[in-house]
Design a protein around this ligand. Structure first.
Ligand code: PLP
Length: 383
């Protein structure tokens, strides 16, 4: 072999990695729990190793608990929350299907974009960013559009608003419509009762309420959703996200290869879910609510107000704070990062420059983080 023809141009000796110790109090990712980081470092095994199959089974069962569902099809999709979102759309939407999407923020808009790429006849119901739909409004939308699928975002991370879901599934099913719900910011942080609410399909992520790094994102499909998938006239147009093939790997019978599972990311999800199970859902939801209220009180003491005015419609894990007149939202966030190693985020699109987004998710939802953030924010704003 003539090695003299090797081109050395890109032989870049990168320095040893040395990342700053950020406290991630934005809309996600949130800091991973130390036990999750330990789990990721466990030895790799093969994706068909019996030891890994045990990991998969554990994840599925604990996810059912976290989501409060008995759905057999419950698993993490390889990829971030958007991969699970796209999997839901790709599998449940056929060209020409009427898909009604409730848009109360950016992630509703993303659902519109995805559903239209999969050939849906997309109908939109929109409200100002920060509002939520009433059951009556959703009922009226379903009656007017007669959709095959209604998609809603439970916790709209772009606005801080929490969409009530009680009764929505029942209204959908009376009209022969499936209900798909985005629980990316609510899983592991906010009360969710998928089966009681008759939600047919839901997806989430790992990097928020589950205290993991991003990379493996839960998806669950109930009986009605599976019936839609199995009775499709056309193949799922996305091979990687075709859940009818992937389920052969996850369902315990054939375990046939589809793609190589991200082994260590699954270790992380397993540990993140173990933490949920150990704490218990009631305690975990109460902790997120209590720390959110601590934050809201501290912000009020500083004269700051929340963008979502009704506390009952605020996401406990993600607060949008109105930026006061004359304050540069971006500059504040940059200074918190550079001077205090704290990450928060600004708003975007309709809320650009108008709000900060503060996350208290999973491992990061702790009183000491609230105190630290309030102190740092006060110091930055006072200067
Ligand atoms: N849906 C919601 C409500 C989100 O907040 C996010 C990300 O923040 C997503 C979907 C997309 O997830 P990801 O960025 O992990 O792809």
């Amino acid at each position: 072999m003539n090695t003299s023809i090797i081109n050395e141009t890109h032989r870049y000796f990168a320095p040893q990695l040395n990342m700053p110790p950020r406290l991630l109090l934005g809309p996600g990712p949130s800091n991973a729990h130390p036990r999750v980081l330990q789990a990721i470092a466990m030895p790799q095994v093969g994706h068909l190793d019996p030891a890994f199959i045990g990991v998969m089974n554990d994840i599925q069962e604990m996810l059912r608990y976290a989501w409060q569902t008995h759905n057999t099809f419950t698993l993490p999709v390889s990829g971030t929350g958007s991969a699970a979102m796209e999997a839901a759309i790709a599998n449940l939407v056929e060209p020409g299907d009427v898909v009604l999407i409730g848009v109360i923020g950016y992630f509703g808009e993303r659902l519109v974009e995805m559903a239209s790429r999969y050939g849906a006849d997309v109908r939109m119901m929109a409200k100002p960013w920060g509002d939520v739909f009433t059951l009556e409004e959703l009922h009226a939308g379903i009656t007017a559009h007669q959709p095959a699928l209604l998609a809603l975002v439970h916790a709209e991370t772009s606005t801080g608003a929490l969409q009530p879901l009680d009764g929505v599934g029942q209204v959908c099913h009376a009209a022969n419509c499936l209900l798909l719900v985005d629980t990316v910011t609510s899983l592991g942080t906010t009360p969710i009762f998928l089966d009681t609410w008759e939600v047919d399909a839901a997806y989430a992520c790992s990097q928020k309420g589950l205290s993991c790094p991003p990379g493996a994102s839960p998806l669950t499909l109930g009986e009605r959703a599976l019936a839609k998938l199995h009775n499709r006239a056309s193949k799922v147009p996305n091979w990687y996200l075709d859940m009818s093939i992937l389920s052969n790997y996850w369902d315990g019978k054939t375990r046939s290869y589809h793609h190589t599972a991200p082994i260590n990311s699954m270790y992380a999800v397993r540990e993140g879910l173990r933490l949920v199970v150990e704490e218990g859902l009631a305690e975990r939801w109460a902790r997120h609510q209590a720390n959110a209220e601590l934050l809201w009180e501290g912000l009020a003491d500083m004269g700051l107000s929340c963008h979502v005015t009704d506390p009952a419609h605020r996401i406990p894990a993600l607060t949008t704070v109105c930026v006061p007149e004359g304050v540069d939202a971006r500059d504040t966030a940059v200074r918190l990062l550079n001077e205090y190693n704290i990450e928060i985020a600004g708003g975007f699109s309709q809320l650009a420059g108008k709000v900060w987004r503060i996350g208290l998710m999973g491992f990061n939802s702790r009183p000491e983080n609230v105190a630290l953030l309030l102190t740092a924010l006060k110091q930055v704003l006072d200067r």
